[in-house]
Design a protein around this ligand. Sequence first.
Ligand SMILES: NC(=O)c1ccc[n+]([C@@H]2O[C@H](COP(=O)([O-])OP(=O)(O)OC[C@H]3O[C@@H](n4cnc5c(N)ncnc54)[C@H](OP(=O)(O)O)[C@@H]3O)[C@@H](O)[C@H]2O)c1
Length: 250
Amino acid sequence: MSSKNNARTAIVTGASKGIGAGIAEALAGTGAAVVVNYREDAQGAERVVAGITAKGGRAVAVRADVSRSEDVRHLFDRAREEFGPVDVLVNNAAVAVFAPLSAITEEEFQREMTTNVLGTILTTQALAAQDDIAAASVVNVSTAGTLTHPLYASLYVASKSAVNAFTVVAAKELGARGIRVNAIMPGPSDTEGTRAMGFPGSAQEAEAIAGTPLGRTGTPDDYGPLVAFLASDDARWVTGDVILASGGLR
Ligand SMILES: NC(=O)c1ccc[n+]([C@@H]2O[C@H](COP(=O)([O-])OP(=O)(O)OC[C@H]3O[C@@H](n4cnc5c(N)ncnc54)[C@H](OP(=O)(O)O)[C@@H]3O)[C@@H](O)[C@H]2O)c1
């Protein structure tokens, strides 16, 4: 079975670092032209692009806040200008805070829900609005936390549970157009985001490793091959699925 990607143009949101960067690199390795989206970290995005082009791949960095419809329009316009119609979309950009219920503010609710949920909806709408794609694959990056329900993650897990539900319903709606929609649920992983939260070396990390059959946390490189498979024609019969990729943690 080949994992060659017969898709031509991929957008990976939030690809300036972490899991998104790993996914962008893996898709480029299968031959896709990749739009490396970022919100603030232009340097990080340019590093990812340079890594891809150094290996002979095609990539461009495009700034866009996925929670803003005008930015999402710009993202798809730039992708089309550079590489043509978009037939792979990876909704990876997300924000998270771990905080007790009493510390959740309306502002934080808006920030997480608009980035994690509205962002996923806006980009999927933009993909589906293209009338010149015969088939496409959307992969949403959720979290294993929607199964493990970690303490103090109520808002984050609520946002990702919405992403899981959106995935299944969008797959039903878009299937007739040949657009597949799936999600992956990563386990706790070593990224810039989790480092900023103080996760490495914490009691929570030790607990996660103890509960993971494969006995470690994830790395950004762990997710690219699965996403590349879901994006490829090898996964042509897979849609509306939410796939656990967590070393077995559940
Ligand atoms: N790491 C884990 O343990 C873990 C576990 C389960 C699931 N996940 C999921 O995996 C994905 C990646 O996580 P990560 O840990 O790699 O994240 P990360 O290191 O914090 O990186 C987040 C990325 O998202 C981008 N981003 C944030 N808000 C954005 C917005 N409004 N518009 C566009 N881009 C935006 C950031 O861009 P800039 O930095 O350029 O602003 C950055 O590239 C997320 O969906 C996360 O929920 C992660």
